[in-house]
Design a protein. Structure first.
Length: 85
């Protein structure tokens, strides 16, 4: 979802940036392969995994929408097996 290194949420380029895979667990390898990840400022990344589940949902939905713009829904479902939209 990103080519340049900046926080996807805030736009920050300085400070610690973490690579966040939009799909995790058994889908993480596919997320890496298909570019389904974004850079997040470290504090936002930690919040996404602990106190902000809405952000995880938002990122998954945006990623799926972008993926389907490039490919299609059937390909997304074949690879990730779950509809987030």
């Amino acid at each position: 979802m990103q080519d340049d290194r900046y926080c996807y949420i805030t736009g920050r380029t300085s400070g610690a940036l973490d690579k966040h895979h939009c799909f995790t667990g058994p889908r993480r390898k596919a997320a890496e392969q298909w570019g389904c990840w974004v850079w997040l400022a470290h504090d936002i990344h930690m919040a996404a995994h602990s106190t902000n589940p809405e952000l995880l949902t938002q990122l998954r939905q945006e990623c799926q929408a972008r993926f389907e713009e490039l490919y299609d829904h059937e390909t997304f479902m074949k690879i990730f097996g779950k509809n987030y939209l």
